[in-house]
Write a protein of this length. Sequence first.
Length: 195
Amino acid sequence: MLEALITSKTKLKMLLKFFLNTSNTGFLRGLAVEFNESTNSIRLELNKLEEAKLLESQFEGPRKVFRANAKHPLFPDIQSIVRKYIGIEDIIQSVILHLGNPYEVYLMGELAQGIDSDKLNLLIMGENIDIDYLDTLVAKAQKLVSRDIGYLVLSPEEFKQQYPRLNQQNLLLIWQNDELMTEKSSQDKPGLKSV
């Protein structure tokens, strides 16, 4: 779908890398290795995106490190397009909102790092999650997004215990039930964290 609009595969990989998870950074040679592309093709796309002010850069030692420019007026639109391309919006609408009491949903793995993958892994933190119903909804959602969906469901207490063991660079908060989180925070429940 997005490949029809953005014909440069390198640019598409960069948009995923920088706009899906805005904490992602990258430098020329690192991106060339990560994307298995020549440094020249990476340099051309980085220069175009920086010239358009979609990326900003700074030097860290000898490396010029790039990141998404979250202040750019098109940033929210590009991020929304990237999220739709991945299928996150469809999953939230068709799965998460029908589960019970989900508090937070995280994207895990390669997609959380901004690397395109046909596997979409979710961590769902909440209470009273109906696993059988979740299985049914995930099967339907997989058809919508054309990706394999895996998930891990944790209660707030389990999440609090497991969080230090999780690779936090591979976790991207994609949804939060603000209403439930506000209620629970005011009751000072353990295991909840504010974002």
